[in-house]
Ligand binder design. Structure first.
Ligand code: 5AD
Ligand code: SF4
Length: 431
């Protein structure tokens, strides 16, 4: 979601006459789009800000002004504290407020005295109504259809930083998808913190769900691939599962976080599903599309997690055989219910469990990648490889694949026969 937001911010600034640069010393504006999901992500901001401040001072010596802005979830959580800790920051806007950047820049330029601007409102209006057209280049595009979350998992900051759920109307999503297709997009990844709780209005004001929207998007001319991220297990409705049978261009890969395999931990996390519910959903998905590969997020060391609870997480992994997954040590986030639970797990134990879990997850990922050798797969080429004549793309299962091919195939889909596999990537020959 932050990648999507950053590209929308870049579109907005381009409309204001700015150009992108990756060299900070050249930048008139330096913007940090921040994540607050785990402690490490938030801490990184302040060290990055320190470095940006040094460059700001250097530029000042040669008479150049540098505006430093911070957007995203850290701002929502820290509010005025950002300016207290980093007084050289010119503006700080929450994730629902970044459409105000042009207005804020004008205000900053008008002000004679330096006066930092902080805005962490949850506005009544939708920021999507104020953003310019999505100009994302390339063949793979993100499209935010939903934002916020009402689930309140006890460890998670998202409901506090991104606010309550909001779904963009169907027509607005289709219009954005059409614009993306017109600029060469072949793959659209529909995004939301809780994407499968989507309930946007259609033209008659009727609420429509994600299954409906997927069918509508799939009908658009020129689209070759659809994905949706991230889903909540309790919202995997039967009609959504059937999309995996009926929509040919829906990729056979689903990121469906379970977080833990232990029902008592899931309950303490306030997740509205048990491990049994989850396995039944996976079974239905596999029935709808026997080719489907599963992915998940896991948290180890949630307060109260015993060795037996952790073993149940390993059991789920052995059962589902994820083809890819993300796993994290529980991170105590201020303001969330789990942060004040009195049965916190020791850091050492969290570390040990994470290592065990990741080794198991990597083993399954590696096994899946090895099983691809000899198979043919369509690959959407997205980037240049390190070697001349090599491009890198994604398989339907989101695996990175390296292939020697004509550079004119960039942003196209080609058929590849897989010849080699490691835990993290594949290579193949064009056929
Ligand atoms: N500690 C560790 N991991 C977390 N996640 C969310 N909040 C926390 C936290 N406090 C993980 C979840 C979620 C992913 C995006 O980040 O696994 O699915
Ligand atoms: Fe956070 Fe996801 Fe739970 Fe929502 S469903 S509170 S975003 S972990």
């Amino acid at each position: 979601m932050n990648v999507y937001d950053s590209s929308r911010i870049a579109d907005m600034l381009k409309n204001e006459g700015y150009e992108e640069t990756h060299r900070q010393a050249e930048a008139d504006i330096v913007l940090f789009n921040t994540c607050h999901i785990r402690e490490k992500a938030a801490e990184k901001l302040f060290s990055d800000l320190g470095r940006a401040h040094l460059i700001q001072l250097e530029r000042e010596e040669s008479g150049k002004k540098t505006i430093i802005g911070v957007v995203g979830c850290v701002v929502q959580a820290e509010d005025e504290q950002i300016i207290k800790r980093a007084p050289f920051v010119d503006f700080a806007l929450g994730p629902l407020m970044y459409h105000k950047i042009p207005e804020v820049l004008r205000q900053i330029k008008q002000n004679k005295e330096r006066q930092p601007i902080v805005n962490t409102e949850f506005p009544a209006e939708s920021k999507f109504d104020f953003l310019p057209e999505n100009k994302a280049g390339g063949a793979c595009s993100f499209l935010a259809i939903q934002e916020g979350c009402n689930n309140f998992c006890t460890y998670c900051v998202v409901p506090y930083t991104r606010g309550v759920e909001y779904s963009r109307p169907v027509a607005e999503v289709l219009a954005e998808a059409k614009r993306l297709l017109a600029t060469g997009t072949l793959e659209i990844n529909l995004l939301g913190q809780n994407v499968n709780s989507y309930h946007g209005e259609d033209a008659t004001g009727k609420e429509r769900n994600l299954a409906y929207l997927l069918h509508k998007v799939a009908e658009l001319d020129g689209l070759k691939r659809i994905r949706y991220t991230t889903s909540y297990p309790a919202d995997m409705t039967d009609d959504l599962i059937e999309c995996h049978r009926d929509i040919e261009i829906l990729m056979p890969y689903l990121h469906l976080p379970i977080q833990s395999g232990s029902d008592s931990i899931l309950k303490a996390m306030n997740r509205r599903h048990t491990s049994g519910d989850y396995l039944r959903i996976v079974e239905k998905l596999q029935k709808a599309n026997p080719q489907i590969g599963m992915s998940s997020d896991f948290i180890v060391g949630f307060p109260g997690e015993t060795d037996a609870d952790f073993q149940q997480t390993l059991d789920i992994v052995n059962e589902v055989k994820y083809i890819q997954a993300f796993s994290f040590k529980y991170s105590r986030r201020a303001g969330t219910p789990a942060a004040v639970m009195d049965n916190q797990v020791e850091e050492k134990v969290k570390k040990e469990r994470l290592e065990i879990l990741q080794n198991l997850l990597f083993a399954y990922q590696d096994k899946f990648n090895q099983s691809c050798i000899g198979k043919k797969m369509p690959v959407l080429l997205e980037q240049k490889g390190r070697h001349k004549g090599q491009l890198i793309g994604r398989t339907p299962y989101m695996q990175n694949l390296h292939v020697e091919t004509d550079s004119a195939n960039m942003n196209k889909i080609i058929e590849v026969k897989i010849t080699e596999a490691t835990t993290n990537s594949l290579s193949g020959k064009e056929i």
